[in-house]
Design a protein around this ligand. Structure first.
Ligand code: PLP
Length: 230
């Protein structure tokens, strides 16, 4: 069941990449495991998935403690409060959701304490209907400049959570805008390569528009135990 879902998603990812003339290997699947039971996560790890995404530090912390011994990495994809940063830098290889200078500075401080260079993405808010969190487009360059000066945090790209539309085609303009913003920034900041965009119902469109990371939960694992607010 899970095995066939995984192979079907990889197939769709591959075809979407090829349609856009892209190399399918440059796109990573982040398996979103928030509110999913341990056995499904372990099965996914056994089946070869390597990157898992969580949106709450506390939930992730206990889960990661329980599911030890796999060669997997964890990404933080939800809003991060500054009082959770200390734990977050210990467990996540990539934080997708940096949405303020204050948060970036706190991450840098906590990462320094454990001798880590924390990889992050800047979460961009492209419209008012979007999720509450994110940096508006005009502020993205400023926050990149701030992070560039810090030693223990490294920004590698942008992330967005577009508004929900029944028809994935309606999301396409948002994905396009994030890619255009990334391309503009690339001239000055060649390390801004990653584009984390696309979820279960719109990841193919996101890949056609340049996503390098797609974050997929329900299409892989089915309905979550408890429905959570993003
Ligand atoms: C829950 C979540 C996802 C996955 O959503 P699905 O629709 O289940 O694929 C992706 N990104 C973020 C930020 C999330 O919180």
């Amino acid at each position: 069941m899970l095995a066939s879902r995984i192979s079907s998603i990889f197939k769709k990812m591959t075809y979407a990449a090829l349609r856009a003339g892209r190399n399918p290997e440059e796109i990573k699947l982040i398996a979103v495991t928030k509110a999913q039971p341990d056995d499904k996560i372990i099965e996914a790890a056994d089946l070869g998935l390597r990157i898992f995404g969580e949106n709450r530090v506390q939930e992730a912390k206990v889960k990661i403690e329980r599911i030890k011994g796999f060669n997997i990495e964890w990404h933080m994809i939800g809003h991060l409060q500054t009082n959770k940063v200390k734990d977050a830098v210990k467990i996540f290889s990539l934080i997708h959701s940096v949405d303020s200078e204050k948060l970036a500075i706190t991450i840098d401080k906590e990462a320094e304490k454990i001798n880590k260079i924390q990889r992050v993405l800047v979460q961009v808010k492209l419209s008012e209907e979007e999720s509450k969190y994110g940096v508006v487009e005009e502020e993205v360059e400023n926050i990149i400049k701030v992070i560039e000066k810090l030693k223990n945090i490294r920004v590698e790209g942008l992330m967005t959570i577009p508004p929900y539309f029944e028809n994935p085609e309606d999301v396409r303009p948002y994905f396009k805008r994030l890619r255009q913003l990334r391309d503009l920034l690339l001239n000055k900041y060649p390390f801004i390569k990653e584009l984390s965009m696309g979820m279960s119902h719109d990841f193919e469109v996101a890949i056609e528009e340049g996503a390098t990371m797609v974050r997929i939960g329900t299409a892989l694992f089915g309905q979550r135990i408890k429905e959570e607010v993003i």
